[in-house]
Design a binder for this molecule. Structure first.
Ligand code: AMP
Length: 305
């Protein structure tokens, strides 16, 4: 049993209505790994950074049990850099800058002993690189989950569609679902996207929760109404980390269990947005997570007699 996580480990510069950061640690795979590590310990990370990346954060990842044998550190090169600015509603953002740097020529190498994972989480990354990871595996994982974003739809749609055809679960936000399908209705969008290959689709709607679709069923998980939302960066990735971490822990990929998994994913996302960057995802206790999940349960539980 193991979980292989692929995605960016990066620097971000973020502007929200509440403040601004210079370069801080971010990246899809950073959030995914931290969130998943609370549920599951046998995690291997495949990614790339430059030699400008802080060893302290890599040590933090290691201390949570994430193995870094598949993390390449490129001498004399710069790490991936993304900068974004959130609108007042915190639900929408503009990308101000994307500097691919080490990602430009990234050739992922899956370590020999990680080539048969039961679970594969393909975090936001160049679609061709995501594909290259799948083709290096010597056994088809039990479940492949892929997250992506509009950036790749804009510049690599064909490659992205080829990758989507190879996976089981796709997680994207509502505007990306509309862009990918060309449909405004999310129900129609889901039908079109499921026809592209995945058996399951998660549509994330920021503070409005997330929808889980398969061919015949749909389920909705709310987002917790939080008093303080400080920085939404990484919420989607933390969601994905909690989702796949919970599935790996429970070894159950039924639709019923995925319903529980999106609640755990939503709980991890709700922590992330409370502080800038990855800060809030470090050092949580099992009790913190249990209490947070209970808040979700209380939020939606009601009796109709
Ligand atoms: P999220 O807020 O969950 O959508 O993810 C934000 C994270 O995605 C940031 O930490 C960025 O470093 C990373 N990111 C932003 N743009 C890209 C991109 N084009 N490819 C891969 N990762 C990205």
């Amino acid at each position: 049993m193991s979980l292989l996580i692929v995605g960016t480990v990066a620097f971000d510069a973020i502007e929200t209505p509440f403040g601004k950061t210079d370069k801080i640690v971010g990246g899809a795979a950073s959030y995914i790994s931290l969130a998943a590590s609370y549920f599951y310990k046998d995690i291997e990370l495949v990614s790339v950074v430059g030699d400008d990346f802080p060893q302290t954060f890599l040590n933090t990842l290691k201390s949570t049990g994430v193995k870094l044998n598949g993390l390449q550190i490129k001498k004399g090169e710069k790490s991936f850099f993304w900068s974004g600015k959130y609108h007042n509603d915190l639900n929408t953002r503009d990308t101000l800058d994307t500097q691919l740097n080490v990602l430009e020529n990234f050739d992922p190498i899956v370590p020999e002993d990680a080539k048969q994972p039961d679970f594969l989480m393909l975090g936001n990354l160049v679609p061709a690189v995501q594909q290259k990871v799948i083709t290096q595996l010597t056994k088809r994982p039990k479940l492949i989950v892929l997250d992506t974003m509009n950036f790749w739809m804009d510049i690599a749609m064909d490659e992205l569609k080829k990758t989507i055809a190879m996976i089981d679960v796709l997680t994207i936000n509502d505007s990306e679902a509309r862009q990918l399908s060309g449909e405004y209705s999310l129900v129609k969008a889901a039908q079109k996207i499921l026809a592209m290959g995945p058996t399951t689709l998660v549509i994330k709607k920021g503070e409005h929760g997330a929808l889980l679709f398969n061919k015949d069923e749909v389920f909705f998980a709310p987002a917790l109404p939080l008093e303080e939302v400080f920085d939404p960066t990484g919420a989607g990735d933390s969601f994905a980390g909690g989702f796949i971490g919970y599935l790996a822990k429970t070894k159950d990929i039924s639709f019923e269990n995925m319903k529980r998994a999106i609640i755990f994913g939503s709980a991890m996302a709700s922590f992330t947005v409370e502080k800038f960057g990855t800060e809030r995802l470090i050092g949580l206790s099992a009790k913190d997570i249990e209490n947070r999940v209970q808040e979700f349960v209380d939020l939606v539980q009601f009796d109709i007699s």
